[in-house]
Design a protein around this ligand. Structure first.
Ligand SMILES: [Zn+2]
Length: 127
């Protein structure tokens, strides 16, 4: 993976994470209500984990989907550091960046994905 691609992917993942994170934080503060909003003048300064802790301490159930999505993005960033993010698990070619922007956790390139969707069992026709 070249440096440009890696930088692009990192920027995209970090932005996506920040957006998810803002939504999650908004959700927490909406549930907490105005009382807590004033207690935390600068919710932006809260550490990511403390928002989750705070929510859980208060018995707020955050949508699991958001938490899953966040942990998937963390996982993707980890894989990016290891150089394994955005690489097709089947044919080892780089997954199209546009595809990753639609599905950040995609693990197969478009052609492999469609092959897989056609059914694992079927053999690829020999050309
Ligand atoms: Zn592939």
């Amino acid at each position: 993976m070249n440096g440009k691609r890696r930088d692009d992917l990192r920027k995209f993942l970090v932005e996506r994470k920040r957006k998810m994170w803002n939504e999650l934080r908004d959700e927490v503060f909406r549930k907490l209500g105005s009382e807590y909003n004033s207690q935390f003048d600068t919710p932006n300064d809260l550490e990511e984990l403390s928002v989750i802790d705070l929510a859980e301490d208060l018995g707020l159930s955050l949508s699991d989907m958001r938490k899953d999505e966040l942990s998937r993005i963390d996982e993707s960033l980890r894989k990016l550091d290891q150089g394994t993010y955005g690489v097709c698990e089947r044919c080892s070619s780089d997954i199209d960046v546009e595809r990753l922007k639609i599905d950040a956790s995609a693990t197969h390139c478009l052609s492999c994905q469609s092959e897989l969707e056609k059914g694992e069992g079927k053999k690829k026709p020999t050309l």
